[in-house]
Ligand binder design. Structure first.
Ligand SMILES: Nc1ncnc2c1ncn2[C@@H]1O[C@H](COP(=O)(O)OP(=O)(O)OP(=O)(O)O)[C@@H](O)[C@H]1O
Ligand SMILES: O=C(CO)[C@H](O)[C@H](O)COP(=O)(O)O
Length: 406
């Protein structure tokens, strides 16, 4: 049997349970002591505690956000962290090229940091960053699990400027850990750690329009090089990234509008929020009447709409064999303050006060997608994640109380 040693004392963000009544250790209550057994140089988090088995689990909830590069993950993250308040910034005094964003409640880590091959390595082996062979899923699993269990980790950094793997940075367990990137749901072990998962599903036409807007207008790339880069990624995207959407609890699907016949500009968007039924702590949003099939054109006296207008739809559906509810918005808002009219017809939105969605959207009116369903649904998913976090926290807090009562 392995010898147990007290490795660290961590009074915060951990809850430990002991299989049989036992004494406290050095004045610390069981909740304050982490035990580790040493096996093969790895530390595991269960051991003997003065005659009783002790197991610990952290209070960190883990959210997975999957999407291809340039599909709006950063924008979504900014909306999400804003729902919790406080600004998000990279670890203080750390690597200026860190991909991590830390705020009071959330830590967002980018899964590009688990690239096992750097830019040169990928080139030599002829693999893309989307290929699982270019990523270290064992380390990803170990570190996400450790953070979920309340243990800090030294996470590698993939430097997007140099294309190299930089020395690691310390990540402490936050209240909410978001793992965003290409593969949060690819490896089943990592997937099983997720309390909630989201997939941003951007159709090829829209992805192309956004890429042109960013890489051509803002980064000076040529149209040909953008087309070539999308084409080069496509086989691996189809093989390894896209299939993850079947596991997501919520999918935001972005398509060209149906309001303009044969539109190929990609400016007006049709956006669907696909919400899985039966997910613990998550009640899908609905329009007017839960479970009914609704089509709604809100334009008129209370909502100003210029061409081509706005159309909402809601109803039950099936998605990869799962029962889902789908909320859809096609078109764009002329006046964001009038969004309150739409908000007041939505239910299960997990707001804390009347108009919170409209307030969030107005606060970030300059973010991409603020005038359409992408911004609206990202904001709603942010509020649902806050609600999920609060429910899980309340549930955990009530367990010792129940035990005391018994
Ligand atoms: N909802 C949106 N509406 C219109 N354009 C958008 C939207 N979301 C993102 N974009 C466009 O896509 C670009 C990339 O967005 P963002 O940085 O959020 O994506 P990302 O997935 O984090 O990208 P990367 O992984 O490459 O850093 C933006 O600069 C913008 O041009
Ligand atoms: O798909 C990506 C995720 O964002 C990047 O292409 C991947 O991380 C490689 O990065 P870079 O192009 O900076 O070497």
């Amino acid at each position: 049997m392995a010898v147990c040693t007290v490795y660290t004392v961590q009074p915060l963000n951990s809850s430990c349970s002991i299989s049989s009544p036992t004494k406290t250790h050095m004045g610390f209550t069981p909740k304050q002591v982490f035990f580790y057994t040493s096996s093969g140089g790895k530390k595991t988090k269960s051991g003997r505690f003065r005659g009783g088995e002790i197991t610990c689990s952290g209070d960190t909830i883990v959210i997975g956000l999957a999407a291809d590069s340039g599909c709006g993950k950063s924008t979504f993250m900014r909306r999400l962290t804003s729902v919790f308040g406080g600004a998000a910034s990279p670890p203080k005094g750390g690597n200026p090229d860190s991909n991590t964003l830390i705020s009071d409640t959330t830590t967002v880590i980018c899964l590009d940091d688990y690239h096992s091959l750097d830019r040169t390595g990928r080139k030599e082996k002829g693999v893309t960053a989307l290929d699982p062979r270019a990523n270290d899923f064992d380390l990803m699993y170990e570190q996400v699990k450790a953070l979920k269990d309340g243990v800090a980790v030294e996470k590698p950094i993939y430097n997007h400027v140099s294309g190299l793997l930089d020395p690691p940075e310390l990540i402490k367990p936050p209240k909410i850990l978001v793992i965003e990137g290409l593969h949060p749901m690819y490896d089943q072990r990592v997937r099983d750690l997720l309390d909630f998962s989201i997939y941003l599903d951007i159709s090829n036409e829209v992805k192309f329009a956004w890429k042109i807007q960013r890489d051509m207008a803002e980064r000076g790339h040529s149209l040909e090089s953008i087309k070539a880069s999308i084409e080069a990624r496509k086989p691996d995207f189809d093989a390894y990234i896209d299939p993850q959407k079947q596991y997501a609890d919520a999918v935001i699907e972005v398509l060209p509008t149906q309001l303009i016949p044969d539109d190929n500009e990609g400016k007006v968007l049709r956006v669907k929020l696909i919400m899985k039924e039966g997910v613990k702590y998550f009640n899908p949003v609905y329009l007017f009447d839960e479970g009914s099939t609704i089509s709604w054109i809100p334009c008129g006296r209370k909502l100003t709409c210029s061409y081509p207008g706005i159309k909402f739809a809601y109803g039950p559906d099936a998605y990869f064999g799962h029962e889902v509810s789908v909320l859809e918005m096609d078109g764009q808002f002329d006046r964001l303050d009038e969004l309150i009219y739409v908000e007041s017809h939505l239910s299960n939105i997990s707001t804390k006060f009347y108009g919170e969605i409209t307030q969030q959207m107005l606060k970030h009116a300059d973010f991409p997608g603020s005038n359409n369903g992408t911004g609206l649904f990202q904001t709603i998913v942010g509020l649902k994640i806050r609600d999920l976090f609060e429910q899980i926290a309340a549930n955990k807090a009530s367990v010792p109380l129940e035990a005391t009562k018994a």
